[in-house]
Design a protein around this ligand. Sequence first.
Ligand code: SF4
Length: 65
Amino acid sequence: MIKVAADLEACQGYANCIVAAEDMFDIDDDGKVILLRTTIPETDRARVEEAARTCPVSALWLEDE
Ligand code: SF4
């Protein structure tokens, strides 16, 4: 499994991550990302990598468990 993590201090609510993987990310009322899932299977790696790559402030990353 792959762990998904977010830096909420860095997150500016651009929502690029939601565009890349709307079933994995949301944004709260303060404009900060919500991780709908914190662990994902290998089959979802490409979409979450895309979300992390397109985040303008590099607030998302993946960790292999
Ligand atoms: S793309 Fe980055 S800055 Fe925008 S909501 Fe997602 S984590 Fe936050």
